[in-house]
Write a protein that binds this ligand. Structure first.
Ligand code: FPP
Length: 235
């Protein structure tokens, strides 16, 4: 059983290795991975997930080869061209977070358009993190809050609730389950504040081969965990 508001965040890792193992270019892995975003959004929604947050491009990913970065920047255009109508029909709301103003103009426009077109939808909230990094998010939030205090628009002491309203994830519930694909077990600057009490599940499958069955397995694993939020178990 999942809570009414159930937030799954995924680090979609392993596109490059998946492609290499098949003798394909890394970009083929990213293309397959982006199509899988659609499949997993549908699967997640069908399984009772209300919020799905995916790590598509980090503030550190600019270090990759220029061709690969350019390819990933074009993917949102390809992706929404293929799937936006279906997402609207299904009632999904697109939410994009990250330093969007540093993205190429075309990528930026596509992402803003996807949010705008789906803003009144009430189904699955699909958040895509694009040029996102948690440390950058926390530092920006701290700066914005300090500025507001200085200008008399906010006051001390700072509460969790107020601080959360300065984060890019404003309005989203805290993460319940964090999944990382392809066997790596690290957080990579992802949602550091928001995963405070999340359950972590790592799976061996690369993102392009992560399907509804694997997602179900991760949810089953979550359901076996005993979440205590720092309290003690009721016996
Ligand atoms: C990590 O795998 C994956 C990425 C950095 C890119 C993920 C992007 C997508 C799945 C497409 C995003 C889709 C939209 C719609 C924006 P990796 O390349 O680091 O894999 P590796 O560890 O095997 O090299």
């Amino acid at each position: 059983m999942l809570n009414d508001d159930f937030h799954v965040a995924i680090i979609m890792d392993g596109n490059g290795r998946w492609a290499k193992a098949k003798g394909l270019a890394r970009t083929a892995g990213h293309l397959k991975g982006s199509d899988n975003v659609r499949n997993i959004a549908i699967a997640a929604s069908e399984l009772g997930v209300t919020h799905l947050t995916l790590y598509a491009f980090s503030t550190e990913n600019w270090k990759r080869a220029k061709d690969e970065v350019n390819y990933i920047m074009k993917l949102p255009g390809v992706f929404f061209e293929k799937y936006m109508d279906e997402f609207i029909e299904r009632g999904y709301r697109m939410n994009i977070i990250g330093k969007l103003d540093e993205l190429p103009k075309k990528t930026y426009d596509v992402l803003i358009d996807a949010m705008e077109k789906s803003k009144d939808n009430t189904g699955l909230v699909l958040t895509i993190c694009m040029n996102y990094g948690s440390q950058m998010e926390l530092i920006n939030a701290a700066e914005a809050y300090a500025r507001d205090v200085k200008e008399g628009k906010a006051e001390l002491p700072l509460t969790n609730e107020v601080f959360e309203s300065y984060l890019m994830t404003k309005g989203l519930p805290m993460v319940d389950l964090l999944i990382r694909t392809s066997g790596e077990q690290r957080i990579s600057n992802y949602l550091l504040y928001q995963i405070a009490y999340a359950e972590l599940v790592f799976c061996e499958e690369a993102w392009p081969e992560f399907d509804k069955e694997v997602l179900k397995r991760c949810l089953d694993e979550y359901n076996k965990r005993d979440r205590r939020f720092g309290g003690v178990k009721n016996v």
